[in-house]
Design a protein around this ligand. Sequence first.
Ligand code: ADP
Ligand code: MG
Length: 179
Amino acid sequence: MSLSATNPPGTPSADSAAAQLELRLPDLPATQRLAERLAARLEPGFVLFLSGDLGAGKTTFTRALLRALGYTGRVKSPTFTLLESYELPSFRLYHFDFYRLSSDRAWLDAGFDDYLGGSGVVVIEWPEHASASLPAPDLRLRLDFDATAGDDARTARLDAGSPRGLACLKALRAAGAAC
Ligand code: ADP
Ligand code: MG
């Protein structure tokens, strides 16, 4: 995993630069290491959005997150169920996938908003499909294929939306050299 600044020279403020981070993930273990680093920063109430095309690695990332948090059972994609939840030692983790969600209304009708703002960690794939109903996350992670660097290469773009999201990025930057 290597670091590169997303903000070109002359962009507005140090604050906006601090709120974004772009990482090159050359292979699957690099994605797993990123998940391990983020797992260490998660706390009750944390909301993480995962974006990117089908097959980019959102579910794979979440699986690595759960493994890093000590979950050893099966981690299924919630593509059809919309939600899979996991009881972890320090909190519950709710893993949503809204790929098949037909509308914002469907999210509200299913009562999913009850999960936000609680004591669980919430991870949402395809948050764009319920965009109007969702609050701003602590952190957004976008995974993109990086075809120029091989089939398994990805680019990770992270955007912080809260002080604890910013703290995550700070920790990732500090760990960057060791990735
Ligand atoms: P999504 O949830 O974004 O649709 P999945 O996580 O289900 O994607 O699938 C990603 C696939 O790509 C998995 O088969 C995974 O093993 C593979 N893969 C290869 N390289 C990477 C990588 N660097 N990061 C994440 N997944 C990778
Ligand atoms: Mg998925």
